[in-house]
Design a protein around this ligand. Sequence first.
Ligand code: AP5
Ligand code: ZN
Length: 214
Amino acid sequence: MKVVMLGAPGAGKGTQAKKIAAKYSIPHISTGDIFRANIKNGTELGKKAKTYMDQGLLVPDELVVDLVVDRVNQEDCANGYVLDGFPRTIPQAEALTKALAGQGQKLDYAIDVDVPDENIVRRMGGRRACVGCGATYHLEYAPPKQEGICDTCGGELILRDDDKPETVTKRLGVYHEQTQPLIDYYTNAGILKRVDGTVDIDEVFQAITEILGE
Ligand code: AP5
Ligand code: ZN
């Protein structure tokens, strides 16, 4: 099963993608996580990506497309995958469609996690990410067992650099301009499914499993 997650920054794509990956035993591929790991490790890709990410801008398509196409061709993706944060622009979506078509494949579902802008800013302000393993929490909606400490690895929980309110507003603008057109793109491809992302995390997942099947 090949799934892409769509939705505004902070809509809950990552939260749901992790649950999908666990339930259906497919890899979770997050371009945001890949960039953050590269930033942490001080790679050339990380240095380039950081200058865009810190401003709330998208990283240029040419830095993303090959990376994802290589990743989905790896052996662990033979039974499918869930893409989170990619594609984010029409050229990225077209490149993915083309790469898959070259192998006689196509995506099965594009799931749009729908959350209005008003809810987003509140969510991002409460989000905390683990410096150790990248796990995501929310102060109010998904708190860790012990304040400030990751349940999984014991790492410190911090506010992401791009979750500051002014950067969130910028990211939302970029989303509407560059990423929202993908809703029409995947509607036309006949694979778009929309779920209400404003309900609680388990209810959103319930709606997704109704789409993907047991
Ligand atoms: P990326 O990491 O992909 O950021 P994003 O799309 O902005 O998404 P987020 O990770 O912010 O949010 P999410 O939807 O995953 O929400 P989450 O589950 O964490 O990308 C970061 C940057 O990298 C981009 O800005 C760009 O610069 C660059 N980049 C990445 N991919 C790129 C690409 N393909 N092309 C170009 N540039 C790219 O949830 C948010 C919070 O809400 C959490 O705290 C969570 O606990 C909570 N929450 C989740 N669901 C619920 C719920 N139902 N109710 C209450 N709280 C909830
Ligand atoms: Zn951790």
